[in-house]
Design a protein around this ligand. Structure first.
Ligand code: CA
Length: 234
């Protein structure tokens, strides 16, 4: 019998928190929850969760700070942030701090459950893969360990960044559009302005790691009107 996947819900609005717990339990997950930010961080760092659903505005400690603290010690922990629908800044800040995905409030439960399943599926299938990707400029990426080297420098990647790299590498003969990345890597059924920007933020983060000159990319190139293409030496 397979072990249930564990989800931590950090949300201070009790109606939302209780609703999320019920929905996740209904879908077969083992669920833990708290309404306090400080308690949420303690649980996140000491418990073993397959996924953390993290609100931003919380008493004690906000979601950004929690996400940041988690990423200092664990860059692979899957995290989905709950954001206000109207606030692009929330979303961008959350993604910069290393959240894997976000769901805008008010959210549809069905959509959230799909996003959760998509994040969990990728974080688990990623473990089985093993591959070294060689890029121009002497950059090597160890996909299994979310690590890499650029000369003497050690590179660290998030699970999401590696998912993007792996997808681009598997399709390196052609440019991949933002919509395709959103669909294949994030599991979105359709795009929106905000979600397209999600891709661009991650591409910018990747370029700072896998380019010798991030301003003039040689490995992860933009193909005008078509998307992004990874040029591999391997
Ligand atoms: Ca809140």
């Amino acid at each position: 019998m397979s072990k249930k996947l564990r989800i931590l819900v950090v949300e201070d609005e009790s109606a939302i928190r209780d609703g999320l717990v019920d929905v996740f339990v209904f879908h077969g997950y083992d669920v833990d929850s708290t309404g306090d930010g400080t308690d949420g961080l303690t649980k996140a760092l000491t418990g073993r969760y397959d996924l953390i659903v993290l609100d931003i505005m919380l008493p004690g400690m906000d979601g950004y700070a929690i996400c940041n603290e988690i990423r200092q010690v664990d860059r692979t922990q899957p995290i989905i942030m709950l954001t206000a629908r109207t606030s692009d800044e929330d979303i961008i800040q959350g993604l910069k701090l290393g959240a894997d995905d976000y769901v805008a409030k008010p959210f549809s439960v069905a959509q959230l459950v799909l996003r959760v399943a998509a994040v969990l599926r990728r974080s688990r299938t990623g473990i089985a893969q093993e591959q070294i990707i060689a890029l121009g400029g002497g950059i090597e990426i160890d996909t299994a360990n979310l690590a890499g080297r650029r000369g003497d420098e050690t590179l660290a990647f998030t699970r999401r960044e590696m998912d993007i790299l792996e997808y681009l590498y598997a399709n390196r003969e052609r440019p991949v559009s933002r919509d395709e990345l959103l669909n294949k890597v994030w599991g979105y059924a359709r795009d929106s302005g905000i979600e397209t920007r999600t891709v661009d933020i991650h591409i910018a983060k990747l370029r700072r790691k896998i380019e010798v000159e991030p301003g003039t990319p040689a490995n992860l190139i933009t193909v005008r009107g078509a998307g992004y293409r990874l040029r591999s030496d391997g």
